[in-house]
Design a protein around this ligand. Structure first.
Ligand SMILES: [Zn+2]
Ligand SMILES: [Zn+2]
Ligand SMILES: [Zn+2]
Length: 154
């Protein structure tokens, strides 16, 4: 019951000279369907598809795909790593300080680096990290009624 898009993922893997394996295809498919999920969530979704896959195998796949830039690792300060398959368009993220939710936001400029340094000190700048921090609409609505007591937040 593999969906038709599988062949595209195979082509993506071949395009970066990675061997096509079931765990790699499953991770790509999972991130395509569920953007911005953390390692545990990737593991449980892939595991549902491939019961024999080990946690280490999923870690290795995430690492290899990130290295090959087929997926992007997002790690907002103070948060655990999340992954997504939307790469190459220099989009940014809105991150909720309360629930940690991550939402895509298109780059206003569309290409990196989208901000000009006031003084680049001679560096050839090729990337700017932009993260929009704030409170998502759901958390904003619920914080009116109750303030969650969170420990360990900086
Ligand atoms: Zn939130
Ligand atoms: Zn994204
Ligand atoms: Zn931008």
């Amino acid at each position: 019951m593999l969906p038709a898009v599988t062949s595209d993922f195979e082509a993506e893997l071949r395009g970066v000279s990675l061997r096509v394996t079931q765990p790699r295809l499953a991770v790509l498919r999972t991130l395509y369907d569920h953007p911005h999920i953390d390692t545990d969530r990737v593991f449980s979704l892939v595991r549902a598809e491939l019961p024999a896959v080990s946690r280490q195998a999923v870690y290795d796949v995430l690492h290899a795909l990130t290295q090959a830039r087929l997926i992007r690792r997002i790690q907002p300060a103070g948060a655990i790593a999340h992954y997504e398959s939307r790469v190459g368009d220099n989009h940014h993220h809105l991150v909720c300080r309360s629930c940690g939710g991550i939402v895509d936001v298109d780059c206003a400029v569309g290409h990196a680096p989208c901000l000009t340094a006031s003084d680049d000190n001679g560096f050839v700048v090729d990337e700017v990290e932009v993260v929009y921090w704030g409170i998502c609409p759901d958390c904003a609505a619920s914080s009116i009624t109750q303030q969650p007591s969170s420990e360990g937040n900086r």
